[in-house]
Design a protein around this ligand. Structure first.
Ligand code: SAM
Length: 264
């Protein structure tokens, strides 16, 4: 039994339907900055399909979502049917590191909060850029180191969050390396943005991310059965280590957009 679940493991296991800071607000912002209306879009790690369904509904996008986890794809298909957007959406199991699509195919390729959790973020970005048409956009949002934190082991923090944060210059260079130009970034740091992950309830501090009922009857029993009591203790310890980093502005969150150059 694995005894060291990351925060990402716990969030996924909880079943909440948005798994990124900024919640629907950052998702809406993406739709606006790339003018997603009617576009052919790929979401390279679509989770439970909440965001693709949102883009289909609000921007009439034709959107393909892939995710490595078959359970996520099952949820996404059900969500699309329940929201009446199954004709505009398509979901399949797939790996963001090896996208099963033709080169230059999509108008917009997004990855919401899952580039840093792949073993090779540069390869992930290269793949996203490859399948984007010339003149199209790639958008990601990711955990970002805002300050040098001398007394913190960055590798341990990454293991505990379940994703590797980079500095903004590092993210920018990786996007450029993948072939993108006209890079644009926006800051979404701060605990208030982290809380927006729960769009379905008001959260004023991290202790309220899950209600008492959710903790007692969902998150706690599921964590115990999958990771044991040691896993629960480890996750609590991770929260206590990571929360101050967000609160003190050492760890933040960034939205980044780049364009695949037009053919000259
Ligand atoms: C932080 S969640 C983000 C999900 C969704 N984009 C959201 O913001 O709610 C990370 C997701 O990435 C998926 N994932 C992890 N590695 C992946 C990979 N190599 N290819 C595709 N999906 C991956 C996980 O299964 C999980 O659903």
């Amino acid at each position: 039994m694995k005894h060291k679940p990351s925060i990402e493991d716990i969030l996924e296991l909880s079943g909440i339907d948005i798994l990124h800071p900024g919640g629907f607000e950052i998702t809406k912002r993406i739709g606006e900055i790339v003018d997603m209306t009617g576009k052919k879009v790929l979401d390279g790690a679509c989770g439970r399909g909440t965001l693709p369904c949102y883009y289909a509904r609000e921007f009439r996008a034709r959107i393909t979502g892939i995710d490595l986890n078959p359970e996520m794809i099952e949820s996404a298909v059900k969500k699309a049917a329940s929201e009446g957007v199954e004709d505009q959406t398509q979901f399949q199991v797939g790996d963001a590191l090896c996208l099963p699509f033709e080169t230059d195919f999509f108008d917009v390729v997004i990855n919401e909060c899952a580039v840093g959790l792949t073993p090779d973020p540069q390869k992930c970005l290269n793949e996203m850029t490859r399948v984007t048409r010339h003149g199209g956009f790639v958008v990601i949002h990711e955990n970002t180191w805002l300050a040098d934190v001398a007394d913190v082991d960055n590798d341990e923090i990454a293991r505990r969050i379940g994703t590797v944060p980079y500095t903004l210059p590092e993210w920018t260079v990786m996007m450029q390396e993948s072939g993108l130009t006209d890079l644009w970034t926006e800051d979404w740091s701060g605990l208030e943005n982290l809380y927006k992950m729960r769009h379905d309830r008001r959260v004023k501090n991290l202790g309220q991310m899950f209600s008492l009922g959710e903790r007692l009857f969902n998150v706690f029993p599921k964590t115990i059965s999958k990771y044991g009591l040691k896993g629960v203790l480890y996750a609590n310890e991770s929260s206590r280590m990571i929360n101050p980093l967000y609160a003190n502005g050492e760890l933040g969150y960034s939205l980044l957009k780049g364009q695949k150059p037009h053919v000259t």
